[in-house]
Structure formats: structure tokens, C-alpha cells
Design a protein around this ligand. Structure first.
Ligand code: TEU
Ligand code: CA
Length: 556
């Protein structure tokens, strides 16, 4: 297996809108990020993945881009960006940009032109179709953000495709001019000195030519078979690799919802010349099998979680590279989704989850605030939502009467993307130190207890536990390159696995339950020293009683 810097790195995701506000307008910004780089340096991360900072009307918080070579007004200027990049590089931190090129904003110059007439030179930059008749879209596909995936446009009496909001028209990647525009734009950023790309829904860029109705799964037809991993997706990524990526020492990670292991080997194979790694979503998305589409308030059973993660660990080993994550800006908070956010268990379970993930094989991602053990937000009413997905879903499922508020509410507040988007809790002062003004989305009321100032001062905090895990990775190549083997696969209480590299071996033991459990240490690890643990215990003894959410790693 080739050794590379991005395999050995720990990546930290910044969602700029909620990270740090420098000028009191309630919106996080680039100067805010620059002001907190020393904090990230202290934590020890190597790379920042920056969610979109490009010019955008913010229908989907920057994932709707109106100019790829300019900065969003609220976030600052290109000078602020250059300063931030230089300041990060000075500290040895790399910056990976979010690349959102499945779609643009409807306010992008290309789309403004495209919708003008059927013979406009930009017409074919997007996907236009005639409706079945004047009132009926070309097919029954639903958009990820509710409603039809087609929007009627009066100018030319045709529909355009938008797999996300109607302000996010899908680009037509079959048009070579579109590909050239995108590759040129990427080259421009690479020449500026950025260190890579996280590619938004990159698995959706190629659509089938025929666009039949999809199977009706919840309220609309499913577009997946026609739009995800489409016919030319690998061809286009190889072209991108040849024309742009291969020319720079950068890293790439593709967001590939619905990806299978076989497909991942193609997208991120050691020698397929596409991407370095992909995000798979099996352990977070449950393939829409929640109570109401993706909406549910049930945690995944531990046996299912282990099976899913372990398959990726074993089957990609030596063939393609894993990315490891519990959460991001689209997911509930890790400790609420996979751990236990009740006050008596929050710290222990947050550290346990960190152990479980960072000891696995692949590149770990930390989502802002995860290193503090930040929790889901206690939403009281739909008026508190800011996210287009949550707002639309509440309307479609509840206000329109598909399910009752009582049934739907616990599900939407458990899964809402806004849980991850409340401001980072820096200290116990006004608005958690995020802004001097009024934040664009409410601060979690638990900021007095959970905040960076308190945790950096407390050597036993979740923060310091993450810091230690990152340090251990630098000293123990086995954490990066070791082979993974699951133990006790039927246990609903313990997640146990080993890592092996040459003569070295690690035993990783994580309790996922809120009661005591017994555990017998395998003979070869009895007496082995403990590398890290989230509690005090007699590590090295054969027969152990584990406390709720206990986690430890033995090394021999
Ligand atoms: O997300 C794409 C995606 O497939 C989902 O995670 C999605 O956000 C949602 O959960 C659908 O139910 C990416 C970005 O990460 C997300 O923030 C954007 O809203 C989306 O693409 C559109 O650009
Ligand atoms: Ca601001």
C-alpha cells in the first residue's frame, strides 16, 4: 500500500457560517476562521475541509453557487481568503475546498443565460425537457429537498432538472463545454495553492439519456437508478484527473451517496486514477429506510453498525482508501446519533466514539464541535429551522397532512441538518463567543457547560481526548496502515476489533451501552500496555468489568 500524506492526515470540517463571526453580523466568516487557526493547530489537525465559501444567494447555505471564482459577501473577500490560506499554510495546515459542480445556483451567469431561449449558447449547460403536458413534469422524480425534481420555466415553456432545490439546477456534464469550464475553474484554485477538493454529490453528475418514471418510494419517484453512478461518471472523473488533479499534490474525497463497495473501489481505487477516497453513507443514511423516508428517531442497532463499518474496513483494505466519519453538516451530532447525550454519559460516549472511529483504518474527519462533544439542539418548534431540507420536509410531511406533528416531530428534530449547524461553542459568554451580535441560527443552550474555553483548560475533556488520538496517529503507523479484524460481531454492547501491522497489534474495545458489561481480554493482550482509555480501569487484566461507554486500546 502506498504511503501518502492524506492517508496519514486528520481532517477537520469547517462549516463557515457557524464557525466564528468576526464582525458581529451573526454569520461566521473567513476572518473568523483565521482568528481560530491557532485553536485548530493546538488540536493537531492537518487539513481543513472548508464547506463552500463561494458567491451564493444561500438558498442552501453556499451549496448553490453563483460564482465559483468569488467569495460570498457575508464571508468576506478574496483578500480575506488569501490571508486565511497563507495563515493556515504557515501553521502547516492544508485547506481542501468544497467543489459543488453537480449543480449551480439559478443565479449563476450560465443559468441566467440558459433559461433565456432554446438557442442560447448556454442552453445546453443544463438539463431541459418538455413536460408530459402543460401541467405535468417530464417524469415523477422527487427532489432531495421535497417536491418534484423538475421546475417549469415560463420563458421557454420547458422544465429544468434540479435534484436539490429549484434554485440548484443540475449541470449537463455530457456537454464538453461544461466539463471544460469546471476543469478550468478547478485549475484556477489549484494554482492559487489550495490543497484539494471535497466533491459534493459527485456520484450524481452523469445522468442516463432516457429519464423514465422512478419507483415511488415515499411521496415521489426515485431518481437514483438514472442519476446516481450514471453511465459516464467514471469517464468524467478520469478526465478530471488527467486534466487537473494529476498535475498537483492535492487530495480529493468524493461525496458519493448510495455508493457500494464495488463502486468505491472504482471511484477511489489505488490505481483507477479518479479520486483518493469517497464518503460512503451506509452507516448514517440507512438508505432512506427511516420511519418517514430519511426521517427517524431510532439509533442504528450496534450489530448493524459494526457489520456495515467492518465490511468497508475489510473489503477496501489494500484496494481503495476509507474515509471515516460520524457526522458532518448534513447529519445529527455524533454523540446524539451514535452515543448518548444525556449529561451523565455525554463525555464518556463522545470519547468512546472518537476511539472507535480514529482507531479504524482510513482518514478520520472531525466535524466542527465534535471535538467538544457538542450535542443535537433541543428544537421546540418548526420556526427554529433554518435548513431548506428541514423546512420543506416539515411542510411536505406535516402541514400537508401525511403524518401528524406528534409522530413526525421526534424524527425531524433527531435528523435535522440544523443540529450540526448551530454555532461552535467557544466559551460561556454572550452567544457562546460565536458572535457579538445575533446569530443566524440559535446557539445550543448547553454552551455554558460545553465550550472550547472550558475544554482546552481541562486535561480530561473530550477536546484533549481528540488531541491525544491525533498525537497517537502520528506516532503509530499501525493506526493508519494496520489491517482491521472485527471480534464479537454478535454483541449488541461491545464494538471490539484488532489492527495488525507487521509484528504490532492493537486491541480496540468500545462499550456502546449505558450499563456495566464484562469482557475477557484475549490471551495475547493480557498484560499489554494501554495506549489510551476514557476511564480508569485495571487494563492488562484478563477479566474485566467495563463501565458504561468505556473505551480503551491495548498495544502489543
Ligand atoms: O449533500 C448531498 C446528500 O446527498 C445529502 O447528504 C443531503 O444533504 C440530504 O441529506 C438529502 O436528504 C450535499 C451537501 O453535503 C449538502 O449540504 C447539500 O445540501 C447538497 O449536497 C446539495 O448541494
Ligand atoms: Ca460575520
Amino acid at each position: 500500500m502506498n504511503k501518502t500524506w492524506w492517508k496519514e492526515a486528520v481532517i477537520y470540517q469547517i462549516y463557515p457560517r457557524s464557525f466564528m463571526d468576526s464582525n458581529g453580523d451573526g454569520i461566521g466568516d473567513l476572518k473568523g476562521i483565521t482568528s481560530r487557526l491557532d485553536y485548530l493547530k493546538y488540536l493537531g489537525i492537518d487539513v481543513i475541509w472548508l464547506s463552500p465559501v463561494y458567491k451564493s444567494p444561500n438558498d442552501d447555505n453556499g451549496y448553490d453557487i453563483s460564482d465559483y471564482q468569488d467569495i460570498m459577501d457575508e464571508f468576506g473577500t478574496m483578500e480575506d481568503f488569501d490571508e486565511m490560506l497563507a495563515a493556515a499554510h504557515e501553521r502547516g495546515i492544508r485547506i481542501v475546498m468544497d467543489l459543488v459542480v453537480n449543480h449551480t445556483s439559478d443565479e449563476h451567469r450560465w443559468f441566467v443565460e440558459s433559461r433565456k431561449s432554446t438557442d442560447n449558447e448556454y442552453r445546453d449547460y443544463y438539463i431541459w425537457r418538455e413536460g408530459k403536458d402543460a401541467q405535468t413534469p417530464p417524469n415523477n422524480w422527487g427532489s432531495c429537498f421535497s417536491g418534484s425534481a423538475w421546475q417549469y420555466d415560463e420563458e421557454t415553456s420547458m422544465y429544468y432538472l434540479h435534484l436539490f432545490s429549484k434554485k440548484q439546477p443540475d449541470l449537463n456534464w455530457d456537454n464538453p463545454k461544461v466539463r471544460k469550464e469546471v476543469f478550468d475553474m478547478m485549475t484556477w484554485w489549484c494554482d492559487k495553492g489550495i490543497d484539494g477538493f471535497r466533491m459534493d454529490v459527485i456520484s450524481m453528475i452523469s445522468k442516463t439519456k432516457e429519464m423514465p418514471d422512478g419507483e415511488v418510494t415515499d411521496l415521489y419517484g426515485d431518481f437514483s437508478p438514472y442519476c446516481i453512478h450514471g453511465p459516464n461518471v467514471h469517464k468524467y472523473l478520469q478526465e478530471m484527473n488527467e486534466k487537473v488533479l494529476s498535475k498537483y499534490d492535492i487530495m480529493t474525497v468524493g461525496e458519493t451517496a448510495g455508493v457500494t463497495i464495488e463502486q468505491a473501489k472504482q471511484y477511489a481505487g489505488e490505481d483507477t486514477h479518479e479520486l483518493n477516497m469517497v464518503f460512503q453513507f451506509e452507516h448514517v443514511e440507512r438508505n432512506g429506510s427511516g420511519k418517514y423516508g430519511k426521517w427517524t428517531n431510532e439509533q442504528l442497532p450496534l450489530t448493524v453498525l459494526k457489520k456495515t463499518m467492518s465490511r468497508w474496513q475489510t473489503e477496501l483494505y489494500g484496494k481503495a482508501w476509507n474515509s471515516l466519519f460520524w457526522d458532518n453538516h448534513d447529519q445529527p451530532r455524533a454523540v446524539s446519533n451514535f452515543g448518548d447525550d444525556r449529561p451523565q454519559y455525554r463525555e464518556a460516549s463522545a470519547k468512546m466514539l472518537a476511539t472507535c472511529l480514529h482507531m479504524q483504518q482510513g482518514t478520520p474527519y472531525i466535524y466542527q464541535g465534535e471535538e467538544l462533544g457538542m450535542t443535537n439542539y433541543p428544537f421546540q418548534s418548526p420556526e427554529e429551522f433554518r435548513d431548506i431540507e428541514s423546512i420543506n420536509a416539515y411542510k411536505e410531511w406535516c402541514s400537508d397532512g401525511v403524518v401528524s406533528h406528534e409522530d413526525f416531530w421526534p424524527c425531524i428534530i433527531f435528523k435535522s441538518r440544523d443540529n450540526a449547524r448551530t454555532p461552535v461553542q467557544w466559551d460561556d459568554s454572550w452567544q457562546a463567543g460565536f458572535t457579538a451580535g445575533t446569530p443566524w441560527i440559535a446557539v445550543n443552550p448547553n454552551y455554558k457547560e460545553i465550550n472550547a474555553k472550558a475544554e482546552t483548560a481541562d486535561p480530561n475533556s473530550v477536546f484533549h481526548y481528540y488531541k491525544k488520538l491525533i498525537e497517537l496517529r502520528k506516532k503509530n503507523p499501525i493506526m493508519v496502515y494496520g489491517k482491521y479484524d472485527l471480534m464479537l460481531e454478535d454483541s449488541e454492547e461491545l464494538f471490539v476489533y484488532t489492527r495488525t501491522l507487521d509484528e504490532e497489534k492493537l486491541l480496540v474495545v468500545c462499550s456502546f451501552c449505558d450499563h456495566e458489561t464484562s469482557f475477557t481480554v484475549p490471551d495475547e493482550f493480557v498484560g499489554a500496555p494501554c495506549l489510551i482509555s476514557n476511564m480508569e480501569n485495571a487494563y492488562g487484566k484478563a477479566e474485566m468489568t467495563l463501565k458504561p461507554y468505556e473505551a480503551f486500546v491495548l498495544k502489543r
